[in-house]
Design a protein around this ligand. Structure first.
Ligand code: NAP
Length: 322
């Protein structure tokens, strides 16, 4: 089958080790299902994988991709939950120390077929296209858990989303708006700020700009470049939910004094559970909110999608189709 995969790493030039070629069809272990992939979406995680971040050399060659929507063995339209748990695990899916995400230990979704544990298969409502559904399992699920589970936000609260252009950030803006929040967003880029307004942000600001109000929570995926601004944006007792560090994890100043004096909370968040993915699907079905798709490419042209993400030239999700 056709697959987009890595068989070595490069930190300097990750696209140079990206392969688009044939790989053997997967064989589903007992209790797993084979999904015929119709659409899969690209995440920053896939670029990290090419650099060897989160992926071990002894797991190569590895088909990339965490997210997919397709057709199961019974002909049902489905999407896949990307978090694979140890079979003995019973708690919150995201707290299992032996969990992995598709494309870390088990082959990923950028292929004609992917195999996943039966419980990782979630029904796709007819109201969502395959392209839209393929955006949900990583970036959108991460955004859902950040806002409503880890952030504990509810209708009427005010949230700041840093770095409006990213896949997680555009999901945060759309979901926050659909959930009745007041949404502020920052971006370095004027055109991205304009698009964030179209997407549903109430107000947009340049990265680092002084805000007219203090917010209840900040959704942080940028890391070093925006951390200080995130801490300063919060009301006393407010919360930063952090799920990524695109600009780097090492801070010049963690703002600890402000954090303790204003009794701020710093909360980590990673992916989401299968039940949260099912709830996210129901939320989109009920509200009509939809993932913003930056571009759709045939999987054979995956390299162009990776190049766009590496260059930061993206607003919303990049989707590959078969
Ligand atoms: N923990 C999890 O489960 C989880 C799940 C999904 C993603 N993530 C992480 O979340 C992050 C975002 O993922 P994504 O797929 O949405 O990535 P992305 O498309 O690369 O988004 C990153 C955004 O960050 C902003 N940014 C980047 N460098 C910046 C800088 N120097 N200064 C200010 N802003 C900067 C940009 O916003 P502007 O250009 O608009 O300023 C960009 O659009 C990644 O680090 C990813 O690994 C984590």
């Amino acid at each position: 089958m056709l697959a987009v995969y890595a068989d070595q790493f490069s930190t300097e030039d990750p696209l140079s080790v990206l392969k688009v070629a044939d790989r053997p069809d997967p064989v589903a272990p007992e209790g797993w299902r084979t999904i015929t992939v119709k659409a899969a979406s690209l995440n920053h995680h896939d670029l990290w994988s090419l650099k060897g971040v989160g992926l071990r050399e002894d797991a190569l060659p590895m088909i990339l991709g965490c997210d997919a929507a397709g057709i199961d063995e019974d002909g049902q339209e489905v999407l896949v939950h990307a978090v694979v748990n140890d079979p003995s695990w019973t708690g919150d899916d995201t707290l299992d120390p032996r969990r992995s995400i598709l494309s870390e230990r088990h082959q990923g979704t950028f292929a004609d077929k992917v195999v996943v544990p039966a419980r990782n298969v979630v029904a796709k409502p007819a109201s969502l296209s395959f392209e839209e559904a393929a955006c949900l399992p990583t970036a959108w699920l991460t955004a859902y858990r950040m806002l409503f589970t880890r952030g504990g936000l509810k209708a009427g609260d005010t949230v700041l989303v840093q770095g409006a252009g990213g896949g997680v950030a555009t999901a945060l803006i759309t979901l926050a708006r659909a959930g009745g929040l007041r949404v502020l967003a920052t971006s370095r880029d004027e055109a991205k700020r304009a698009k964030a307004l179209e997407l549903g942000a109430h107000e947009v600001f340049e990265s680092g700009a002084r805000l007219p109000v203090k917010v209840d929570a900040v959704m942080e995926t940028v890391g070093r470049a925006t951390w200080g601004h995130s801490v300063r944006a919060l009301r006393p007792g407010g919360t930063i939910v952090v799920s990524g560090t695109t600009s780097g994890p090492n801070l010049d100043d963690a703002e600890l004094t402000r954090i303790f004096f204003l009794q701020l909370r710093v909360v980590g968040s990673t992916m989401g559970t299968r039940d949260e993915l099912a709830a996210l699907v129901r939320m989109l079905d009920a509200t009509g909110a939809r993932p913003l798709v930056d571009r759709v490419l045939p999987m054979t042209e995956a390299r162009a999608g990776f190049a766009a993400m590496a260059g930061g030239d993206v607003f919303g999700k990049i989707v590959f189709t078969r």
